[in-house]
Design a protein around this ligand. Structure first.
Ligand code: ADP
Ligand code: MG
Length: 370
């Protein structure tokens, strides 16, 4: 596949992973080689610099792994003259075990994030989840906004999850609403009690939502993240074995600045961003049908173009969307034929398509070799 002459060839992260997976090593589970395990790679002057962070304890990494990886890479890419390979284990974060073992039945984990609060993350998360479920997917939703859980209200759920003892541990059964499985701290603590946990406790709770909840088989497990890009968000993002992130922003500059930060946070931890959704894009007066650009125009699509990620669409401001949230009856469910509900359905389908594409790694960072 490599041409030593002038032809350009792209090497992507998944090409590298595919090459690494060719090793023959009985003491090493190749399933841990997912995109996230490549922390860094570049090729400069026919030297490959590759940094792998494996979700296993440092002392469990087979001693001969480095040599074996180097030898498959050399065989696969004869044009690479030198390999600087660094392999580290991730013992410090016991949470960062391989996604398969944390959520064995879950195909895709999606974080819904934003830089700012109040841009409609939870509203969009709920409506996307219901829309994907209506299209036939098995969907779960984790309210990871530990300090401001709003998912139970938005889905009209109350009651406590059932707890049972399985062979080794206690498991919680998620509550179900509109065909999706849901878990939120709001279902476990009193509504009016302030949650004053520190960061590690918050990420500990989210970890438990993954490990101690009976999710079963899901096509998508969606995480509604708390707003911001501080330590708590960063810890959470590293705690969850994420396969995709979606950034929600309004069209205005103050929201875009923070959306940009959120996007960079995911890039820093190697989580592919499936796209940007603009919320509160415009308003159409119900009486006059006049179109108002309340928060400006085109910010979301411009940001997507600037950062090289897909723009998944814009959702208008619609009092019925707000009312649906407050009443616990999402617009997607209540008025599926409404024009604005259809916009959200289209976005959910674009998102599903983008995630499928990412799985096939077309979203990889490409490095040009000549
Ligand atoms: N497209 C929209 N049209 C009308 N109201 C909206 C829309 N999106 C969100 N809202 C309302 O804005 C408020 C904040 O939304 P929310 O989803 O809680 O934001 P976040 O989770 O980002 O903090 C809620 O009252 C919600 O009902
Ligand atoms: Mg929210």
């Amino acid at each position: 596949m490599f041409n030593k002459r002038k032809t350009m060839t792209d090497i992507t992260k998944s090409d590298l992973l595919a090459a690494l997976k060719k090793i023959d090593e009985t003491d090493f589970n190749k399933d841990v080689l997912i995109l996230n395990t490549i922390k860094k790679f570049d090729i400069i002057d026919h030297t490959l610099n590759l940094h792998l962070s494996l979700p296993i304890a440092e002392d469990k990494i087979p001693t001969q792994l480095k040599e074996k990886f180097e030898s498959v890479l050399k065989k696969e890419y004869p044009a690479i003259k030198k390999i600087n390979l660094k392999i580290e284990g991730r013992t410090g974060h016991s949470s960062e075990t391989k996604s398969d073992s944390v959520l064995p039945g879950v195909k895709n984990t999606i974080a819904i994030a934003s830089g700012k609060g109040g841009v409609g993350k939870s509203t969009v998360a709920v409506n996307l989840a219901v829309s994907l479920a209506k299209d036939g997917a098995a969907v779960g939703l984790i309210d990871a906004d530990i300090y401001g859980p709003s998912i139970p209200l938005m889905l009209g759920i109350s009651g406590k999850p059932r707890i049972y003892q399985d062979a080794n541990s206690m498991k919680m059964v998620p509550l179900e609403s509109y065909g999706i499985k849901v878990m939120s701290i709001g279902l476990l603590v009193d509504d009016s009690a302030p949650i004053i946990w520190r960061g590690p406790m918050a990420s500990g709770a989210v970890k438990q939502f993954m490990s101690d909840v009976e999710w079963g088989n899901l096509d998508y497990l969606i995480f509604d993240l708390p707003p911001g890009t501080g330590d708590i968000q960063l810890t959470l993002v590293q705690t969850i074995p994420l396969t995709s992130a979606v950034i929600i922003t309004t069209p205005q500059e103050v929201s875009l600045i923070d959306a940009r930060k959120a996007l960079k946070m995911f890039q820093r931890v190697n989580v592919p961003v499936a796209g940007i959704i603009e919320n509160m894009s415009y308003f159409i007066a119900p009486d006059t049908k006049k179109h108002y650009d309340i928060f400006g125009v085109g910010g979301g699509s411009k940001l997507a173009a600037e950062l090289g990620v897909p723009f998944l669409g814009g959702i208008p401001i619609d009092p019925r969307i707000r009312i649906g949230g407050d009443k616990g009856v999402p617009i997607i469910f209540d008025m599926p034929d409404d024009e604005h509900a259809k916009i959200i359905v289209d976005i959910s389908r674009s998102l599903a398509a983008q995630i499928a594409l990412n799985r096939n790694s077309s979203h990889d960072i490409k490095i040009i070799l000549d």
